[in-house]
Ligand binder design. Structure first.
Ligand code: DX5
Ligand code: ZN
Length: 235
């Protein structure tokens, strides 16, 4: 039974299902092309790719050459989340690699607007995100420049962490601010997503899920995340 609030119903009507973006960070890195095919067959809408530089976050993952190789393996949207210092130095590489969405952290650069505009001029979708400790207002100046707002519900750096429930309040703040300024970006949530926590994110459009998808039956996992948009939850 759906128990969303009247305010939620107004803001989500008509309710679209979540788009699901499995995070390849939790996939088997020795079989990435196969993993992509398997999650697509299981109903994935996008692929979320976590790029970490060992400076902005205390972990290293993959770079643009890997994104370029993955581009050859799929027609689906490549949703690239840059957790790197000074993304202005590398954004051209991620554009050339064939990324569709390129999301940068508001804390990571002194040239946030410039980087977002460059992504737009290249015909790709710019996105903005923030660490959990960063106030949501920090991204408000950029809302008209982006197609995606990514709300982090864990500290960026690793898969498999627990959802930070207090961060979910940022979803409604962003939804209201997008409406107020007349901007149309999608809202994505990333970190600790499972069917229970997805229920706290009903005003979002896209859910990233790493461990929950790749540590379970892919099809059942993706189906249950999509269902969380419509099933009962907390008031
Ligand atoms: C964390 C990454 C996430 C992560 C999500 O820094 O941005 O995309 O892979 O993984 P789970 O769903 O396991 O929290
Ligand atoms: Zn991510």
């Amino acid at each position: 039974m759906t128990k969303s609030t009247a305010g939620d119903r107004e803001m989500t009507s008509p309710v679209k299902p979540f788009l699901i973006a499995p995070s390849l960070l939790s996939a088997d890195f020795s079989r990435l092309a196969e993993e992509m095919r398997d999650v697509e067959a299981a109903g994935a809408d996008w692929h979320h790719i976590d790029v970490m530089d060992g400076h902005f976050v205390p972990n290293l993952t993959i770079g643009a050459p890997v994104v370029k190789s993955l581009r050859k393996c799929t027609e689906k949207t490549l949703d690239v989340h840059l957790m790197i210092e000074n993304p202005e130095k590398y954004v051209d590489d991620f554009i050339s690699a064939g990324s569709d969405y390129i999301t940068i952290h508001v804390e990571s650069s002194k040239e946030v607007a410039g980087v977002l505009k460059k992504i737009r001029e290249a015909g790709r979708h710019p996105g903005i995100t923030l660490r959990p400790a960063t106030a949501i207002e920090e991204i408000f100046p950029f809302l008209k420049l982006v197609d995606l707002v990514l709300i982090m519900t864990v500290n960026p750096g690793f898969g498999g962490q627990s959802f930070m429930p207090e961060q979910a309040a940022k979803i409604i703040r962003v939804r209201k601010e997008l409406e107020r300024v007349g901007a149309k970006a999608l809202i994505e949530v990333d970190g600790g997503i499972n069917p229970e926590t997805a229920g706290e994110c009903r005003l979002a459009d896209v859910l990233v899920a790493g461990n929950y998808v790749f540590r379970n039956d892919y099809k059942k996992a993706i189906r249950s995340l999509k269902a969380a948009k419509f099933e009962g939850g907390d008031e």
